[in-house]
Each structure stands twice: as structure tokens, then as C-alpha cells.
Design a protein around this ligand. Structure first.
Ligand SMILES: [Zn+2]
Ligand SMILES: [Zn+2]
Ligand SMILES: [Zn+2]
Ligand SMILES: [Zn+2]
Ligand SMILES: [Zn+2]
Ligand SMILES: [Zn+2]
Ligand SMILES: [Zn+2]
Ligand SMILES: [Zn+2]
Length: 342
């Protein structure tokens, strides 16, 4: 009997030691990330601090431009969460105000598509290319599974990286948590992703705000905030968190929406699970379940491209072009997504 107990104890100690070894390696890496993050911040400061544009166009308020200013507590018209300080505001009587992250969330998606990307996420700094791949692989930087079909890849080392991890290896600004910067860190053992509710791989990194206990997987962080879908042609659908005191039923499957869902920016009671929105697009397009992962994103790209071409005033276009570096970024994204479904 004592032998059994002893061997169980020994196995437990071995297990713990193994776990600690694995964990400490990633924790050390977290320290390196923190250093890199400071370095990135210094570079930004030396370039003149915040590079937020002073005027933006917004897909939910196409009538007027929005201007960057400061204010007391406000409720954001896009995510419906509260904010303080910097905001984009309509100078008319409309009272339309949004978080900077909710005004620029489309820009983040544009930034994800870069050619020959050299990134801190890959220690050898080999240029990474964007590929379409459905193989079962883990991201080299955060150790989570790559679920999205579109990934960064190092041809030299044959390693995969999430789009988010490659482009934002230390920190992320996202509309999902608009008031604070998210940092990539090893996930605390009991923490769940705020968007998918799963914990995912243990001993892997997630973007987090420690103050608010907000965690999100790198591939769950890539969501389009605004989507134009044929399922609800009249208005833009917005990816929003459901407040804990409210309930919502998905019009696609009649089941409850737990927290994040696409909801109409105008009508009450129009809610769709992300998957139900995608399923609708599958039926419409005849694409396979695997291929359709980005259809929702494609609808967004189209919505924004249309807005960019027709809706916005000319003097805006130059401003927008500057934000996107160059208009051909859109073409790159559109070509890439079209290639997926043709
Ligand atoms: Zn917001
Ligand atoms: Zn207005
Ligand atoms: Zn990753
Ligand atoms: Zn490499
Ligand atoms: Zn997740
Ligand atoms: Zn926070
Ligand atoms: Zn549903
Ligand atoms: Zn509507």
C-alpha cells in the first residue's frame, strides 16, 4: 500500500515539475514580451505619441464626420459600453460618439494583411507570408491552435502564426475591450476567453486586461465589428456584448445568445449568433463549412469598400488613404478573400 501511495506521489511531483518547467519557459517569454512592449511604446512616443487621426468617417453615422476630442463619461454608440477621455464625436446635434477603438476597428483588420511581414513573434525575423491552410497546427508565438484558415507562415522554418499574433505580438487595441490596451500573456489557469467561453490550450497565451479580468484568444480577437449581410439588408449589424441583465434570442436558430452576438444597429430584437450568420451565408453561397469562416468578413470588406468608394466625401478619401497606407491594401484583402471562395 505505501508503495502505491509513494509512486502516486512521485508521479504527481514529476507531473508538477514537468508542468512548472513548461510554464516557466513561457513565463520567461512573457517577460521578453513586456520588454518588447516597452520598446514599441518608446518608438511610438518618439514618433509623436498617439497617431490617432483627428477626423474619421464612420459606417454607422455616414451623414457627418467625427472629430477626436476629450470628454467626461459617455456611452459609445457602436458598442454601447461606457467610455471616458478620448472619443470621436459628431459636431452636429446628433450626439453620436464612439470609442477610438470602435471608430478604427476596421483599420486593425487592414493592418493584419501585410506582405513579407517581419515580426517580433518570430525570433529569427524571417519574413512571413499570408497563406490559406487548414492543417492542424499551433501558433508558434501563443501556442494556441490555428483555427482560422488564413495564417502567417514562415517558409524557412515551416511555422504557423495567427494573424493577430504576427501583427500584434505584444499588445492589441480592440473594440472587444475598448477602454484598455490588451497584453499578450500566459493565460491564468482558470481564465476563459470572453468571446468563445472556452479556455483553450493550457499554458498558452491570450490577450488580456488583468485589471478587468478580460481574456481573449488571438484568433477570437479577430472579429469584424460591423457587418453588412443579406440576412438583414436594411441596416449594419454590430458585434456587441449582451449586458448581463438583458436576454436575446438568435433569429437564425431561436436559441439564446449568451454574450457576444451580431445585433442590428437600428432595430430592436434582431440578434444572430456569429455561426448562424455564417450558416446563412453558407446556404446562400454553396460554400463548405470550412470555407465559409471568412464569408462574414468578406461581407464586411464589401460593405466598407462600397462605403469608401461612394459614401465618403472626396477630401476624406485622402485622409482614409493615409490611414490604410494605400488603397491597394483593400484590393489585396478583397483579392485574397475572393480567391478563397471562387
Ligand atoms: Zn465603443
Ligand atoms: Zn452627426
Ligand atoms: Zn498565436
Ligand atoms: Zn523562420
Ligand atoms: Zn476564444
Ligand atoms: Zn480592462
Ligand atoms: Zn443562432
Ligand atoms: Zn435593422
Amino acid at each position: 500500500m505505501p508503495v502505491v501511495i509513494l509512486s502516486i506521489a512521485a508521479a504527481a511531483i514529476r507531473g508538477t515539475a514537468y508542468y512548472m518547467r513548461k510554464r516557466s519557459k513561457l513565463k520567461d517569454g512573457d517577460k521578453d514580451i513586456a520588454k518588447e512592449r516597452q520598446r514599441e511604446k518608446k518608438i511610438e512616443l518618439s514618433r509623436g505619441g498617439s497617431s490617432l487621426p483627428t477626423v474619421v468617417a464612420h459606417i454607422l453615422h455616414p451623414e457627418h464626420e467625427l472629430y477626436l476630442d476629450f470628454g467626461q463619461t459617455y456611452r459609445c454608440n457602436a458598442c454601447l459600453q461606457y467610455g471616458e477621455g478620448k472619443r470621436y464625436r459628431c459636431r452636429g446635434l446628433c450626439g453620436f460618439r464612439v470609442h477610438p477603438n470602435c471608430a478604427l476597428s476596421y483599420k486593425m483588420i487592414c493592418d493584419l494583411f501585410q506582405t513579407d511581414l517581419q515580426t517580433y513573434a518570430h525570433k529569427y525575423m524571417h519574413p512571413l507570408s499570408i497563406i490559406k491552410d487548414s492543417s492542424d497546427s499551433n501558433c508558434k508565438h501563443c501556442k494556441n491552435k490555428c483555427k482560422d484558415l488564413i495564417r502567417y507562415h514562415c517558409n524557412t522554418c515551416n511555422k504557423m502564426f495567427h494573424l493577430a499574433c504576427a501583427v500584434h505580438p505584444t499588445r492589441l487595441l480592440s473594440f472587444l475591450h475598448p477602454n484598455h490596451e490588451l497584453e499578450l500573456k500566459t493565460r491564468p489557469i482558470d481564465a476563459r476567453c470572453n468571446v468563445c467561453y472556452h479556455s483553450g490550450k493550457s499554458n498558452a497565451r491570450v490577450y488580456c486586461c488583468k485589471t478587468c479580468k478580460f481574456y481573449v484568444h488571438p484568433d477570437c480577437a479577430i472579429k469584424f465589428q460591423y457587418v453588412k449581410s443579406l440576412i438583414h439588408v436594411d441596416h449594419i449589424l454590430v458585434f456587441r456584448p449582451l449586458p448581463s441583465y438583458e436576454s436575446a434570442v438568435c433569429k437564425g436558430c431561436n436559441r439564446e445568445c449568451k454574450r457576444w452576438r451580431y445585433t442590428c444597429s437600428v432595430c430592436e430584437g434582431v440578434n444572430y449568433h456569429e455561426d448562424c450568420l455564417l450558416r446563412y451565408e453558407i446556404v446562400r453561397s454553396n460554400a463548405s463549412l470550412e470555407e465559409v469562416g471568412h464569408l462574414c468578413k468578406r461581407s464586411f470588406v464589401k460593405a466598407f469598400k462600397d462605403g469608401f468608394k461612394d459614401g465618403f466625401k472626396d477630401d476624406f478619401k485622402d485622409d482614409m488613404k493615409e490611414q490604410f497606407h494605400d488603397e491597394s491594401v483593400w484590393d489585396l484583402i478583397a483579392q485574397f478573400l475572393e480567391a478563397l471562395f471562387s
